[in-house]
Structures are given as C-alpha cells and as structure tokens.
Design a protein around this ligand. Sequence first.
Ligand code: C5P
Length: 248
Amino acid sequence: MADIGSTSGRDPAFWALIPAAGIGRRMGSDRPKQYLTLGSRTILSHTLSIFLEHPRIRGVVLVLGPDIDPDALDLPLAGGRLFRAAGGAERVDSVQNGLEFLAERAHSDDWVLVHDAARPCLPLEDVDRLLRELRDDPVGGLLASPSSDTIKWSDGAGHVERTLDRERVWRALTPQMFRLGMLREANACARDAGHPVTDEASAIEFLGQAPRLIEGSAMNIKITRAEDLELARLYLMQQGRLEGRFSA
Ligand code: C5P
C-alpha cells in the first residue's frame, strides 16, 4: 500500500474510507462477509474497485481488522492510491481510526466518502451524483432511498407505538460524504457522549447539522444475511460487473 503525498493550495480533494473490520455475525459464514466471493472476486474487492477506478477519488483508506494480511487479499490494482488503517471494536471506532489516519495526511476541508465494504453494488452514477450535488454544500450528506414500506416505531416490547409518516421516511445508505474535519470532530463528540453512531450522518446530526438526503439506487444493498448474496450477484450482473450473463 502507498504513501500519501502532501495536499495544499488546491480545491478540496475527495477521499474514500471503507470500514471493513466487521465480523458480520448475521451472515453465519465461516469468515467475515466482505471476504466471501461474488464471481471470482471478494465482496471487498468489488467495493474497492468502485473507488479505485473513479478518476475523482484521490485515495482510498481501507480499515481492516487486526488479523488480516492485506497482501493475502485479492485487492484490485491500486496504482498507489490504497492505504490501510486499523479497525476498532465498533463501526464508529473503525471509521474514526480511518479519519485519524487521513487527518495526518489530508486537508480538513477535504471530502471523505465513507462507504461500507459490504455494499459492492453501489452504481457509479450514484457516486457521481453525490460528488456533483454536495461538492459546494456547507455540510455534506448521504445517499438514501425513500421507504416503500410503512415504518412502525415499536414500544420495545413487541407492539406498535406509532406509525411514521411514510412520505418522510428514508433509508440511509452509503457513501456518506462529509468534510474530514467536521466528521472527525462529530464522530469523536458523539462517541464520547455515548450517542449511538450507526452511520456518519447520525454523528453530524449530533453536532446540530442537517445532512442532505441524495436519492440513491435501491440496488445499493448492504450484504447482511445469506440471502443478500444472490441479490447482490444479480445486481452486479445487471451492471455488467460480474462475469456471466444476466437473464431477466
Ligand atoms: O455490521 P455492519 O453491517 O453495520 O457493518 C457495516 C460496515 O462496517 C461493514 O463494512 C463492516 O466491515 C464495517 N465494520 C468495521 N468495524 C467494526 C464493525 C463493522 O469496519 N467494528
């Protein structure tokens, strides 16, 4: 993996940060889900390619668990743009480690796109839309998908407490794109306060800011359970990113 050069006197750069240090308990497989294969490549390799092949992304910080040897992974050719940081106990800790790594090398105004390793079906057009829509935004935002289901808020004991207004319910996807400095501060503050941080936007919200919702494709699923693998395979085939023919 490569060294990052200095960054000064230029437009904010775009970086990708891929937390990939989870163990994926819900998948029930013999290894973390990001190391399962779709076609001939791992899920992680598919995900990394999206960013490593994107001309606007300056570099990609990959956050890996402690026992992982990056040389043993089938990572796509990085052209000196792939860097490694160490994972933490929770997703928020892994992201924070990646942000600390970047903070020593990038500018605090630079943009960071945090994207789950387990979302290999992110369409390229969605990355482009995110960059285009948010590059002049004071805060940043996230890809999200309007809910097609009616969402129930439970009382915590198996009963419905209330029904949310479906017109206003969105599912948070990734990438989530924020300025390095703001996100680093938000994540640290929210975490220190014991506020649950399951995505970057929730940390930014904790600072009192309102991230923008940018509509993204529902194809951008997070592989979580065994049945998601087949769906991901289908979506990758539809996008022409998996060998084999797609038949409807
Ligand atoms: O567990 P979940 O599906 O929410 O994980 C989302 C992403 O965060 C995955 O890519 C996973 O590898 C990563 N993660 C991490 N460090 C952790 C837990 C999850 O990098 N401690």
